[in-house]
Design a protein around this ligand. Sequence first.
Ligand SMILES: Nc1ncnc2c1ncn2[C@@H]1O[C@H](COP(=O)(O)OP(=O)(O)OP(=O)(O)O)[C@@H](O)[C@H]1O
Ligand code: SF4
Ligand SMILES: [Mg+2]
Length: 328
Amino acid sequence: MSDAVLKVRDLTVSVGRGSRRHVAVDDIGFEVPAGGSLGVVGESGSGKSLTLRALMALLPPGVHAERGGVELAGQSLPFSGPGARRARRGRLAMVFQDPLSGLDPVHTVGAQIAEVPRRLLGASASASRRRAVELLRLVGMPDPERRWHAFPHQLSGGMRQRALIAMALASEPKVLLCDEPTTALDVTVQAQVLELLDDLRQRLGVAVVFVSHDLAVVRQVCEQLAVMYTGRLVETGPTSKVLDGPAHPYTLGLLEAVVDLDDLDRRPRTIPGTLPDLAHVPAGCPFHPRCRFASEDCAGELPGWRYFDDGDAARGTACKYPERVIAR
Ligand SMILES: Nc1ncnc2c1ncn2[C@@H]1O[C@H](COP(=O)(O)OP(=O)(O)OP(=O)(O)O)[C@@H](O)[C@H]1O
Ligand code: SF4
Ligand SMILES: [Mg+2]
């Protein structure tokens, strides 16, 4: 994919140091074209948020990006150091799951949004204010002139999420990283915010990386899908291909665990066991203790990445025996 606006290579993130060092994101790579959308799914603890935070150079204390490269519109970005945040400003923005954590409670949402074009783009106070109202309108905030004066606690959850998206867009980013941006919202507001993100992507050409645990949501908003398990990618490909014909047992397990509204007679089937913690990731294929397709050799060595052709689209999986899953 040569027109990718975001290229991530071999990203490895670890937690702790020395004998207490554990790998939380292991050799991740992906690309997203301008205006494209990539969904990232996986159970809680699979490394989705740390992947996005590493891309933003916003890792929490004690967590480090050890290796890897990130390229934005052809420019390589450092993961740490004084220039890391500056290099991302105005190009890469993130929307967090909890809108309150991204908004300052003591300033009005309008002032917070206006601050971005003023600081980043050198816009005048009145132009910044006009831009903030425009952005609030763009994200579908009801009565944006009035809401400009609202403090975060005076807005509903959906409005706060819109304000946060407006603030992220204020820097005119090329890529928007969204970490479960609708999980805290009720389904109706969730649907509106998802439509908004899709619309912004198509109208403004912003590429979106969308982390979610909800497969129905990623099917709705993401063209490409990446499935993560224990910090590693286990399956990638076009979302509909992956979800309609999974090639990795873990992807199949995630799908089987969901209630199918078109087939209520099918009982959801949970994946046995739980995601191992970082200190106890099994040797060989990390999924083997939970995998019903496993052979003895699956516990031996880490499965390599296999690309395969699925009709008109390239797919990839980190399973030794994808044909067992496909032929089930
Ligand atoms: N600040 C931290 N310090 C130590 N370990 C951390 C920290 N943040 C995350 N981890 C660990 O790294 C792993 C990946 O965490 P991450 O938050 O990326 O998971 P996630 O896929 O986003 O999960 P969720 O769906 O629950 O948000 C987990 O094992 C988690 O316990
Ligand atoms: S490599 Fe083996 S254990 Fe791992 S997912 Fe594939 S079949 Fe299951
Ligand atoms: Mg997370």
